[in-house]
Design a binder for this molecule. Structure first.
Ligand SMILES: Nc1ncnc2c1ncn2[C@@H]1O[C@H](COP(=O)(O)OP(=O)(O)OP(=O)(O)O)[C@@H](O)[C@H]1O
Length: 550
């Protein structure tokens, strides 16, 4: 059964998340360091601005005639350079974030594309899609942006606090005391994490329903189940609404509390400053510096608070992505072309899905030039045998040997290039027919396009107004099932593999076309190893060998 999106079983600790985030940052660290250093300079400049403006105000109201020019030049320079640095760092940061997101998305997709069969069936594509799209971005945002900004904000906060402490320790303590530090408590984090996880799970569920509704939109209408499927989508939206409202309510409470603290802090500083100014304990310049520093303390505190939801989402997303990466991945190996495969020998082959045995001690010899039909009732393991031959699944027992002019060797995933495989149903990609036909061909190793179309009884393509450049939609939309099936056959023949694995190639064809197709295939494939999985008895009768699976 596909995994329910809500079932995030992973719950890694903070250390594991940080270690993983660190590994993702590889390749970007020097750029991130540059960003960090420039931001530090910007912080120093902003404090320099506070210091110089205090000095300028005090100089301006001083009875002595002090030269203000250099102080004012210093103020303008610190502001101008600060703006320039911030513009560059924000550009740089967005760029790093984008690159990191794309790389993470590619890695996650690769892991899914290459994960072993057992894992594939556990996942719903809608769920995978939402994880790759939104969770990858969440993680990259944290690593490239929020984590460093958080650190910089803490530095800015500490520097401003130290400055204020230097001018008035009591005020610094008071400001800190009424800051909404409760937002860093464990209870707050736990609550946020729970809410975030629930929302993300429901988003995955919504994506699953949406994806299936769109994919089967014609079928849904034809079956008259549109209201039901719509209802399912609406129910998921309602659930999402409830969860997001819970999140919104929670953040409204916390933000209101936060705003009360921030305003109280400002008022306190103002009253405190006025009182001390009035009693002559501080200068007017110090009063302005107070107000600026309070802003420079409260703004970082506010910023730190806004990082919390992002940090919580990062941890939930990290769990979801680590879960996606779990399990066995097929190693990428170089493909080996065999030199005229003559025999494919299946010896004592047994296979089971979990505890259900599908094949038991199967023995079979496929010889070049002796087409074989595999027939039998539905659900007896015909497609499973094809999966074993394509090394998509591993046999429990037994082996498959391939013999060519150079000898025999066990079949592995490296031999896939030698197979011409046609799956059941429509398997065309969106794009032109030419793009579909040329998908896996190598220069100099493929047969002529027109020839492949002819053998596959797909000459009709050449008569279309745009010929092989005709654009087909998703899943071959714009073509009939039979037309799409014949183009898929031509595609399989194009790269001239020695071993043909044809799964129900005549299922969507009329009798005449099917018979012509069989004849052409058998004529052209006289030196090939042909395996037809079929319920078509005419096709089975034409084969030299018939194997009955029951
Ligand atoms: N991914 C899977 N996980 C668990 N069981 C599976 C899986 N795929 C197939 N099976 C089971 O294995 C058995 C053989 O399936 P298979 O698709 O090989 O049959 P088949 O002979 O090709 O059927 P058909 O003629 O209908 O295409 C079936 O009983 C099926 O329920």
């Amino acid at each position: 059964m596909p995994k329910k999106p809500s079932a995030v079983t992973n719950n890694n600790n903070l250390k594991q998340h940080i270690r993983w985030a660190w590994s993702i940052s590889q390749g970007y660290r020097s750029k991130l360091l540059l960003y960090f250093i420039l931001e530090l300079i910007a912080i120093v400049l902003s404090l320099l601005f506070v210091y110089l403006s205090k000095k300028a105000v005090d100089m301006a109201i001083s009875p002595e005639d002090l030269p203000l020019k250099w102080t004012l030049i210093g103020i303008v320079t610190s502001v101008a350079v600060g703006i320039g640095i911030r513009a560059y760092t924000s550009w740089l940061n967005e760029r790093i974030k984008m690159m990191m997101t794309f790389q993470l998305q590619r890695n996650m997709l690769d892991a899914q594309m290459l994960s072993v069969w057992k894992l594939i069936k556990n996942w719903h594509t809608g769920d995978i899609q939402i994880r790759i799209q939104t969770d990858c971005e969440e993680v990259a945002t944290m690593i490239a942006k929020s984590a460093l900004s958080f650190l910089l904000t803490v530095i800015q906060l500490l520097a401003s606090l130290a400055f204020l402490w230097y001018m008035d320790p009591m005020l610094a303590l008071l400001i800190l005391a009424i800051s909404p530090l409760f937002l860093f408590s464990k209870i707050y984090f736990q609550k946020m994490r729970k809410l975030s996880r629930e929302v993300k799970s429901e988003e995955s569920n919504f994506s699953n329903i949406l994806q299936e509704n769109l994919r089967f939109r014609l079928l849904i209408r034809a079956m008259g189940i549109f209201p039901k499927r719509r209802q399912k989508l609406t129910a998921s939206q309602q659930e999402l609404f409830v969860l997001k409202m819970r999140q919104l309510n929670f953040s409204t409470y916390t933000q209101s509390a936060m705003k009360i603290c921030i305003n109280a802090g400002y008022l306190l500083t103002f009253i405190w400053g006025i009182y001390r100014l009035h009693s002559g304990q501080i200068s007017f310049g110090t009063m302005t510096a107070f107000l600026q520093l309070v802003a420079r303390i409260q703004t970082p505190i506010l910023a730190l608070i806004t990082y919390i939801p992002g940090f919580v989402r990062f941890r939930v997303s990290a769990d979801r992505l680590l879960e996606l990466k779990e399990g066995e991945i097929e190693p990428q190996i170089e493909q080996q072309r065999l030199l005229g495969t003559t025999v494919l020998k299946i010896q004592d082959l047994s296979f089971r899905y979990e505890d259900k045995w599908v094949l038991n001690n199967l023995n079979l010899n496929l010889m070049a030039g002796q087409p074989t039909a595999i027939v039998g009732p539905s659900g007896k393991g015909k497609t499973t045998l094809i999966r074993l031959l394509l090394s998509l699944i591993k046999a429990e027992k037994g082996q498959i040997l391939l013999t060519d002019r150079e000898g025999s060797r066990p079949l592995t995933a490296a031999h896939r290039i030698n197979f011409a495989y046609i799956p059941q149903g429509n398997s065309l990609f969106s794009g032109t027919i030419r793009e579909n036909l040329m998908l896996h061909v190598k220069e100099g190793e493929h047969i002529a396009l027109e020839k492949a179309l002819w053998i596959a009884c797909a000459e009709f393509v050449l008569e279309l107004p745009d010929g092989v450049d005709t654009v087909v939609g998703e899943s071959g939309m714009g073509l009939s099932e039979g037309q799409a099936q014949r183009i898929a056959i031509a595609r399989a023949l194009m790269h001239n593999g020695d071993i043909w694995l044809f799964d129900e190639v005549t299922s969507a064809l009329d009798r005449n076309t099917a018979d012509t197709l069989i004849k052409r295939l058998l004529d052209f494939g006289q030196d090939k190893l042909c395996l037809f999985v079929t319920h078509d008895l005419n096709l089975a009768d034409t084969c030299v060998q018939r194997i009955y699976l029951d």
